[in-house]
Ligand binder design. Sequence first.
Ligand code: AHR
Length: 672
Amino acid sequence: MKLKLFSCTLLLAGTLTAQAQHVMDVNTKKLGAAVQPTMYGIFFEDINYAADGGLYAEMVKNRSFEFPERLMGWRAFGRFEVRDDGPFDRNPHYVRLRYSGHNDKFTGLENEGFFGIATFRDATYRFSVWARCPEGGSSTLEVSFVDNDTMGEDQRFATAKVEVSGKEWKKYTAELKSPRTEPKGALRIFLAGRKATTDVEHISLFPTDTWKGRENGMRRDLAQALADMHPGVFRFPGGCIVEGTDLATRYNWKNTVGPVENRPLNENRWHYTFGHRFFPDYFQSYGLGFFEFFQLCEDFGCEALPVISCGLSCQFQNPDPTKPGVHVPVDQLDEYIQDALDLVEFANGPVDSKWGKVRADMGHPEPFNLKYLGVGNEQWDYDEQHGGYGPVFTERLKKFNDALRAKYPQLKLIGTTGPNSEGWDFDLLQPRMKELKVDLYDEHYYRNEQWFLTHGLRYDSYDRKGPKVFAGEYACHGRGKKWNHFETSLYEAAHMTGIERNADIVHMATYAPLFAHVEGWQWRPDAIWFDNLRSFKSVSYYVQQMFAMNKGTNVLPLTMGGKPVAGQEGQDGLFASAVFDSPTGEVVVKVVNTSKQPQEVVLNINNIKGERTAQTITLQHNGSWDDENTLEQPEKIMPRLGTMNCTAGAKNTLVVSDQLPAMTFRIYRMKK
Ligand code: AHR
């Protein structure tokens, strides 16, 4: 974590006098429940151009000419023709380029990229194309970065040549070095020099400097931002995208593995889910597929948590489940269940198994050691007052569970309580998850400020004998102000103290969504924002990071007047939790002051002899709680390091006295 060091005394000097002392007791004598290594993680979905146009570093849009409008994203000129008998059976379209008939007329293609083709000064880019000269002979492709808006003489600012020869399809590559940083360029290809008729397919451009230098790689800055979150678990590929608007467009993991050239295109539901944020050029290339996902989990040292379709397409978009073709009938789920079984084999199976071999052929003979699998995203059953269609989700989930349990008894299965954190659908599903004996269930809550401030005790009353909880999607959506401003992120921190206090029941929590392109978002707030050259971490990102980097290993009881500190009446907007961190031997206390007043806080930490200096990590706004980070000011609000003297109190109790400024989240770490 990048932190700015400053003295805590400066902070103290700037605060107002607190009204009442809030004495919190932290009991370190007995370690509480283990905080699971999976506790804080990441939720990934290709929404807001998170994959294509985002984390996935491919710069060419519609590289295989498979968008329904075959030349979307391209400008074709001269004599060209789109054909459909190419070398990749699942992506059969390609473009035939012919000599224009006159040396002064050009034939070629130009790609606009995702919101432009952006290049960095002195960076190199790998261009590749599958090509052939179908009538024999040879040709030259002149590949350039161009700036079509320039007032300069030459639109081109980097050029490479690719010599194509022979009637067989082959992959050709060339490197282009950009002499300048250009946010809104384009990629132009001329049939130049020798001009035999040339077929081109799967035209691709990646920076050579991807995350870990991989050819089919990820954008380095965005992957690094994920690594810096220190995730314990990584949920993929969503989200509603798992379900599809219809069954045909569900996320089918089998289409996302093997050579990228032959991964078939899928519609991205987020291109039309919101008419008011419409992106007709949003498709899924599946270049970031299940292999790349498992590889990233390995890079980050976290558990993979794939979610698969349970045979129900999006229930929001298909309100009448009895309509033929909307969902897979319960007695016809075999293919879907087989997909789930095969995914486990792809991840963990031996290299001589069918899907283990696919993994090995992709370069990873060792198993990925998958331990978790989610079945269904936001699914629900219906009661008599709400449609009366019956247990449409749980009857399907049961079939998946039975088959998966029979073959993979060690695998931990994750069900769902649907899109709501309370209400009739949640109340219907929660007991059913227990009956079905899922290991965890996935809860979603995008709620406003008031909800976050009043649900601090949400998990304290949960049934300890049921399945564990995966808070799989949550974020505080400001009432009427849906952006990543400081206030809502602070309330997320407050809520997370309740998650941490209840670590015996909550085993995973992932903020959502993760990524958003500033020019292509459908949903906000989001953890990480980016354009084609830059990115910034929202305040919510830093909240997640602060918890993940200070999660400790065991819960410690923390109370005020005998009660958990959860924004309860008389607690003046304070929320708090404490953990012990075995590897470092430190007590870690998190306190969130959600009130608009400074609050005096005294932490009495028992069983610690003598004085100490505590390290503090503080997240504060920078003038107003509407403050946010931006591309221009990416580090306006971020955690800041400080120190604080702690005194020795009576009976081996360490005393930390603090004036916690209004609207502040602070972590205290002290050696036991
Ligand atoms: O995170 C955005 C969407 O919110 C997810 O796709 C869906 O699961 C939820 O409704």
